[in-house]
Design a protein. Structure first.
Length: 572
């Protein structure tokens, strides 16, 4: 990649202190965004008791967050290139604060959906902007690997803090304060980033692909609607199958648009590279497996078993804590061990943990049996998150690294978005079948049976499961509990199979990914960006990088890395 800064002086280097401050901002940014992301899962049981929701209404609180993250992922990368990634962090943090304020005050589940969607819009800007700014200020591959490992670890820290704090507050009857905490942190991040962090150069970027953006948003939203509503409303319900059909057509239109426009939202030619295509599949499937397992834990302990919310926090410490604790290990290994070995090992460990989760019996009503499977999954995830992005970047020409990173993160977040809908859909469908068969065969008195069937048909398995003993329909609650527990055990098994399949794909089809490159790779090529005050004048003519991992702007061509013994880079 050659920059076009021939008419401006070379950018002065940032001081080490400025680099440290900027990296700290990027880490805190993703921590707060992930904290907001994890709250719906941590409070699933609380939402059900507070808003008297059914299963699909709970899922929509989490899904409403992820849809904007996925839909606007690539466009936010372009906006960051055009207006500055630090500025995008500030705007995203303020948007996150606004959405969390609405969630804090929401009297109904419908307003929770709106607040969660606004949260997702803000976090959707914060994720790519923080990673892009991190990439700009790291001068060597080794330092970048360490910074990315820390960034990934902060994802887990946010996901650990959320259920622990939210669980404690929910136990005290003050769950709304967990969203109030995000309001304060969002404003703090916006202020701190504006005052202390370096800004990235403002680059000349392609125009936003509005046709692609609209068709992608419509397609993903309608398909998620069908996946969430189908198990409860019935797949033959007109609103469900029409949404699924229109969603698929919309995604087809998106692909057609991407092939025809001059400035597409997604460069489809990336997928001509077989290694990148496999890495993309692994990103979707692997991240689905992880978040699907997390969602199984959350729903089982919260909405199904109604355990103390703090127990969900304990389990999420096991799930997310290893990724933070193992930051130094992952960072060191990424510079010494081929990424495909780290990724495949992480996915196999993740599969083992999910399989252990599927073996938990329906009589497990305390947190103890869930701790070991959660910890094993957490260790697997620790060795998965960073390598999956690195592999995608290293399988394409360096000039396409930015777009490859953005695309991989889009697909990773798509896996995250699909997970709640699919695992809950599997569990609810199986539970509904179990309840229907059991009620038909039960020797329950006709009047009690009719009451239970009425509750089941009106509200689904979750509603019947939540009926207190001694009240109409309460005699059938154990049937619903057994059905939902068995359903989520099957969902655990699906997650295990998905993780194992992704690991197999990595080992078999990614044999020719690059070896780790030396620390000096970027030293002689990278000029650090100037402070925001200097960028205004010097960055106007720079080339865009199309998204996430931005190579530093220089006045000389960047050398391609020397091929390792197993390296195969598409030179198109």
């Amino acid at each position: 990649m050659t920059s076009s800064l021939h008419h401006s002086p070379p950018a002065p280097s940032l001081s080490p202190a400025k680099i440290r401050i900027t990296l700290t901002v990027t880490w805190l940014t993703v921590l707060v965004a992930q904290l907001a992301n994890a709250l719906p899962g941590a409070l699933s049981g609380t939402f059900q008791s507070t808003f008297h929701t059914n299963g699909s209404e709970i899922i929509w609180i989490a899904s409403a967050f992820m849809v904007p993250v996925v839909v606007f992922e690539l466009s936010f990368g372009l906006l960051g290139d055009r207006f500055g990634h630090r500025r995008l962090i500030s705007i995203g943090a303020l948007t996150l604060a606004l959405g969390s304020l609405l969630c804090t005050l929401a009297p109904t589940v419908q307003l929770m959906w709106v607040g969660s969607a606004i949260n997702g819009l803000g976090a959707g800007a914060m994720y790519p902007a923080s990673l892009a700014l991190l990439a700009v200020v790291t001068p060597t591959l080794k330092k970048r690997a360490a910074a990315i490992a820390a960034w990934s670890g902060c994802l887990s820290v946010g996901a650990v803090i959320a259920p622990v704090v939210a669980g404690g507050l929910a136990s005290a009857g003050m769950w709304q304060l967990s969203y109030g905490m995000v309001v304060v942190l969002g404003v703090a991040i916006a202020t701190f980033s504006r005052l202390a962090a370096a800004e990235s150069p403002r680059l000349q970027v392609r125009s936003v692909d509005w046709g692609g953006q609209i068709s992608l948003a419509l397609g993903l939203t309608l398909i998620l609607f069908a996946l969430i509503q189908g198990p409860e409303s019935g797949w033959a319900t007109p609103s469900v199958w029409i949404a699924l059909l229109v969603g698929i057509i919309s995604l087809g239109v998106f692909i057609v648009i991407q092939r025809r426009v001059s400035d597409p939202l997604l460069r489809l030619e990336l997928f001509r590279n077989p290694a990148f295509s496999v890495a993309s599949i692994v990103a979707v499937v692997g991240m689905f497996a992880f978040l699907g397992a997390c969602y199984c834990f959350s729903m089982l302990l919260g909405a199904v078993q109604h355990q103390d919310p703090i127990n969900i926090g304990i389990v999420f410490v096991m799930l997310q804590g290893p990724a933070f604790v193992l930051i130094p290990v992952v960072s060191a290994l990424m510079t010494r061990v081929p990424d495909r070995y780290l990724l495949s090992a992480g996915l196999f460990i993740l599969a083992l943990g999910a399989y252990l989760g599927s073996l938990i019996g329906t009589d497990a009503t305390t947190v103890g049996p869930y701790l070991l499977p959660a910890f094993v999954i957490g260790v697997g995830f620790a060795f998965t998150l960073s390598p999956v992005t690195a592999i995608a970047i290293n399988t394409v020409p360096r000039k396409l690294a930015g777009m490859a990173s953005a695309t991989t993160n889009l697909l990773r977040d798509l896996g995250f978005a699909l997970a709640p809908a699919l695992v809950s859909g599997i569990a609810v469908s199986l539970a509904a079948s179990h309840i229907g068969t059991s009620l038909a065969a039960t020797g329950m008195e006709p009047e009690l049976k009719e009451q239970a069937e009425g509750i089941f048909h009106a509200g689904g398995p979750y509603a019947l499961n939540s009926v207190p003993p001694g009240t109409p329909g309460g005699e059938a609650a154990p049937i619903a509990l057994e059905g939902l527990s068995n359903g989520f055990s099957t969902s655990f098994l699906v997650c295990a199979i998905a993780a194992a399949a992704a690991a197999f794909l990595v080992l078999v089809f990614l044999r020719h990914t690059p070896e780790p490159m030396p620390e000096t790779e970027l030293d002689s090529d990278a000029e650090m960006i100037p402070d925001a005050e200097r960028v205004e004048a010097s960055g106007a003519d720079a080339q865009p990088t199309d998204g996430r991992l931005i190579t530093a702007v220089t006045t000389e061509p960047i050398r391609e890395p020397k091929p390792g013994p197993r390296e195969s880079i598409d030179k198109e």
